[in-house]
Design a protein around this ligand. Structure first.
Ligand code: NOJ
Ligand code: NOJ
Length: 479
């Protein structure tokens, strides 16, 4: 009844205004705007080329810095643009930008900082001033996901260059020398030497062994090994692979057999910022951002039951946590999914909705829609059932069901997962401003945007999501 009423009221608003939802058109504008706004934060005036500021916000909060993590995630989107571009002039521009980023990153590796010197811990430094100089104040350091993420992004670029026959450019990124003078190898070697140490998490708050950090470190080693092999450095490739195998064992400790979701942090140093239940969306981000792209070397893919169990738990908890989530239909009477934040118990700016997280959940749905079509089969388990039921309306499934293509529920799941992605996207639209610029957060009670404006990572998250959405829509309609 309540639901019907909500549909009715929103529908009447909809018809009285004569508006149509047109998510398609909105998504197109979001894509253009995200590109435009992202480029505003790349190599801004006065900064070396290839530098990425996290946001133009210089005070409250101070985000006008080059974060190693943020810049790696943003440049990963530039690699996608490079891969896709068919116009040779534009492609060259992306190539130059990625090389500028690689050179700047190499210069940063050589800059002594408060985490250490070159080859001596300095690679774990989380952020640098907008002129590339070291940040000399207190900070949660080191953050070891940073160099690993940068290695993952640049390795992806180098592998593409090799496919295009640009061996010299790839060798500049990975030289196979000892000691190395190339950006990827230095990051991979840092990862190899430091993965056993604790470091500060991606949210810059707690020290420990983090699932997020370990997952990206593993990917850096695996991809690094593939690159090393191709460039004739088989000896190091083997060493990296051994490191990755050892990391697998540690990663599995975040998924003990009695766990209902992935545990965010182990061996945590005492702190005041406890994540309630050791639950963190970072687990989802880790798997999404580091899903195996080519070989099936995945330990945990985006459709793994533990990943989906973690996602479902987060959706349930955030639904109760934020007042904005009591609004379930948008201005057009169309259903929205929940807005999510970093973790329950977050205190930063009061602990609010983060756009990049909601975007990641949309991406998760779209990529799962694609995934089940590739696998042509879904097995329902005690761990993944809740996720599918939360996302797909009126789905009747039981633990133990093996749903294959000729089962009517299969199509229901494919289109339901796609629609799930749309519902998260509508949530983003609901809290968007007319200028399509997204602050880091939106208020848990009012949806009002706050904290850093035009967060570069948001642009990247939106572009990733739209990319997955396009890919999912072509597979869904092909059926
Ligand atoms: C605390 C926040 O939670 C963290 O994520 C942020 O990076 C630092 N403060 C600095 O603003
Ligand atoms: C705070 C976030 O917690 C952290 O992950 C990010 O690197 C910085 N802001 C800069 O965007």
């Amino acid at each position: 009844m309540k639901l019907l009423l909500a549909v009715f009221t929103t529908l009447s608003v909809f018809s009285s205004l004569g508006r149509s939802s047109n998510l398609e058109e909105w998504a197109k504008t979001l894509e253009q705007k995200s590109l435009e706004l992202m480029f505003q934060n790349i190599s801004p005036p006065g900064s070396p080329s290839g530098l990425v500021v996290a946001s133009p916000s210089r005070i409250d909060p101070e985000y006008y810095y080059h974060w190693v993590r943020d810049s790696a995630l943003v440049m990963d989107v530039i690699v996608t643009l490079y891969e896709r571009e068919t116009d040779s002039k534009k492609k060259q521009e992306f190539f130059d930008l990625l090389m500028d980023f690689a050179n700047l990153s190499r210069a940063i590796q050589l800059t002594p900082n408060l985490s250490g010197g070159p080859g001596d811990g300095g690679d774990g430094e989380p952020k640098f001033n907008p002129d590339g100089s070291p940040y000399m104040k207190d900070w949660g350091r080191p953050q070891n996901d940073g160099p690993a993420s940068r290695a993952v992004t640049l390795t992806r670029f180098a592998l593409k260059l090799i496919k295009e026959g640009k061996w010299d450019a790839a060798r500049k990124l990975y030289d196979g020398k000892s000691p190395s003078e190339s950006v990827i190898m230095v990051d991979v070697e840092y990862t190899l030497r430091h993965w056993q140490n604790t470091s500060v998490d991606l949210w810059e708050e707690v020290r420990g062994h983090h699932f997020y950090t370990r997952f990206v470190q593993r990917k850096a080693l695996i991809d690094g090994a593939r690159l090393a092999d191709l460039l004739g450095d088989g000896t190091n490739a083997d060493i990296y692979r051994k490191g990755a195998a050892a990391l697998d064992i540690e990663i599995k400790k975040h998924l003990p057999s009695d766990a209902k979701y992935i545990l965010a942090t182990l061996d945590e140093a005492p702190n005041k910022k406890g994540k309630i239940g050791n639950l963190d969306v970072a687990a989802i981000l880790a798997v999404l951002y580091n899903d195996a792209t080519e070989e099936s070397e995945t330990l945990l893919g985006i459709d793994h039951e533990m990943v989906l169990a973690t996602a479902a738990t987060l959706i349930r908890q955030f639904k109760k946590e934020y007042k904005i989530n009591s609004i379930e239909y948008d201005h057009f009477g169309e259903k929205m999914q929940v807005a999510l934040g970093r973790y329950l118990g977050d205190q930063y700016y009061g602990g609010n909705h983060w756009f990049l997280v909601t975007a990641a959940f949309a991406e998760l749905c779209h990529r799962n829609a694609i995934k089940i079509q590739q696998k042509k089969r879904v097995e329902i388990t005690a761990l993944n059932k809740d996720f599918y039921e939360l996302i797909v309306d009126n789905l009747h499934i039981n633990v133990g069901d093996a749903i294959t293509e000729n089962d009517v529920r299969f199509q229901q799941m494919v289109s339901g997962l796609y629609e799930g992605g749309e519902r998260f996207l509508r949530r983003i639209r609901y809290h968007a401003k007319d200028d399509f610029e997204f602050h880091e957060q939106s208020h848990r009670d009012t949806g009002f945007q706050l904290s850093a404006e035009n967060l570069t990572w948001n642009c990247a998250a939106h572009l990733r999501l739209l990319d997955a959405r396009t890919a999912a829509s072509s597979t869904v309609s092909a059926h």
